[in-house]
Design a protein around this ligand. Structure first.
Ligand code: EPU
Length: 419
């Protein structure tokens, strides 16, 4: 069993380089299935979600090369239609993007239901609404989702719920539909824009990504090219909160400060100093941390994927703070783990109340899911004594070299394997 062991407390200091965005790359890589020709994808993070997608691409017959640590060359020209089985899809949520890509290219897709962190019900009805609006018939058969049609036809779809996955999946399929698709009430996250930019650089015709309405004018084919993935907004936010919580001074490099505003503004409200530069931010945590309230919302609101990390910072604040979670109904497993470290925290419905002024003491805890795991690391950095964190696999799904990055900032942190 793998564990992360932290001896705290520590003050983080120095520079950290942010990797390519997980939630962008996990959509871009499946979308390469639509492309005839070689796609060179740069700034790819070395995380297990990427490895799992590459395994699906190889299973489908794609040529996958890694000319250097951060670059992939993927050629799906000779891929033939095939079903994507449960053994490959259950490891990650983003395997559902193969539905849009296969449907777009062959008008026929069979993909086993996706897995992913257990943070809520995670329905896919809006993905299906998107595919059906393009003329596909969608059925559930023995744990598989099967979508097919004779031809995809551009149409008008209004999503009932703002969904990152449904927006991207419909946008991918619509690239190779006949005519124009208009998608309304779409998600606006930076990774939506990044996937649209990737597809456009391969020959698609998408406009409006980053606004409430996306228009996709169908083209007959996508051809190869090069594309660099945007920096990871949530990884950057995680290091920013860690800097604040440890009263540190950290320069978070290779970021797009605009994407971090929802996090930077909240930190500033909490009396943390955030200084923005062109492609880096410096976070200095000294003085009293003010309590605050946070409500998770689709972008540009405060990201749900920063909720558990922010709760750790709130535990150190002066007074009572509150997080209202509006996206994931089961994102509260971290609460019990923080209690083990001495945090006075409670949940009622979708509201978490956190008493500030906690003196955290190290203890054995669990990751529970990807972002909760990141929060446990921050808590371990703040806590006095030894904190050991189980279920490291969750963290490895989305954070590249997280141990090495924290160690370079001065943390006493290591990964151990126990047999
Ligand atoms: N929803 C529906 N129907 C749908 C799709 C979503 O009701 O068909 C609901 C969900 O239940 C949820 C809300 O809509 O309440 C938003 O879900 P969304 O579809 O936006 O989430 P997702 O695409 O499954 C992505 C990220 C998550 C991140 C959310 C919200 C990927 C692979 N995952 O999930 O990231 O929390 O958007 O921003 O992009 C993470 O990185 O740790 C993570 C969980």
């Amino acid at each position: 069993m793998k564990k992360i062991v932290i001896n705290g407390p520590c003050r983080l200091e120095g520079e950290v380089e942010i990797s390519g965005g997980k939630n962008a790359v996990v959509a871009i890589l499946p979308a390469t299935v639509m492309v005839r020709g070689k796609c060179v994808v740069e700034n790819v993070p070395n995380i297990s979600d990427v490895e799992n997608i590459l395994e699906i691409l190889r299973y489908m017959g794609a040529s996958v090369k890694k000319p250097d640590a951060k670059t992939l060359e993927i050629d799906c020209t000779d891929v033939t239609p095939c079903d994507v089985p449960y053994e490959l899809t259950h490891r990650l949520r983003a395997s559902y993007y193969f539905l849009g890509a296969l449907l777009g290219r062959w008008k026929d897709a069979t993909v086993a239901m996706p897995g992913g962190c257990s943070i809520g019900l995670r329905p896919i009805d809006q993905h299906i609404k998107g595919f059906e609006s393009l003329g596909a018939k969608v059925q559930f058969e023995r744990g598989n989702v099967h979508a097919s049609c004779t031809s995809l036809v551009g149409s008008h779809v209004y999503f009932d719920q703002v969904s990152v996955g449904a927006t991207i999946n419909t946008m991918i399929a619509a690239c190779l539909a006949n005519g124009m698709t208009i998608m309304e009430n779409v998600a606006k996250e930076p990774h939506i824009v990044d996937v649209a930019n990737f597809l456009n650089s391969m020959g698609a015709n998408i406009s409006g990504a980053g606004t409430d309405v996306i228009k996709v004018r169908g083209v007959t084919e996508l051809c190869g090219g090069s594309y660099a993935v945007i920096p990871d907004q949530i990884e950057a936010g995680t290091f920013m909160v860690a800097a604040a919580a440890t009263r540190g001074d950290v320069t978070v490099k290779n970021v797009i400060p605009k994407h971090l505003e929802c996090i930077s503004r909240k930190l500033t409200e909490m009396n943390i100093k955030v200084v923005e530069f062109d492609d880096y931010v410096r976070v200095i945590g000294s003085g009293l941390i003010e309590s605050t309230t946070v409500k998770t919302m689709p972008y540009p609101g405060f990201p749900t994927d920063m909720h558990p990390q922010m709760a750790v910072l709130m535990a150190l604040a002066d007074g009572t703070s509150r997080v209202t979670e509006t996206i994931w109904e089961s994102r509260f497993k971290y609460v019990d783990e923080l209690r083990k470290l001495g945090v006075n925290i409670s949940v009622s419905g979708n509201v978490v109340m956190i008493e500030g002024g906690a003196q955290l003491l190290g203890a054995p805890i669990r990751s529970c899911d990807l972002r909760a795991g990141a929060a446990m690391i921050i808590a371990g950095l703040v806590a006095s004594g030894t904190t050991s964190i189980e279920e490291v696999e969750y963290i490895e799904r989305g954070y590249e070299n997280i141990i090495e990055k924290f160690r370079a900032l001065g943390a006493n942190i290591l990964k151990v394997e126990e047999y």
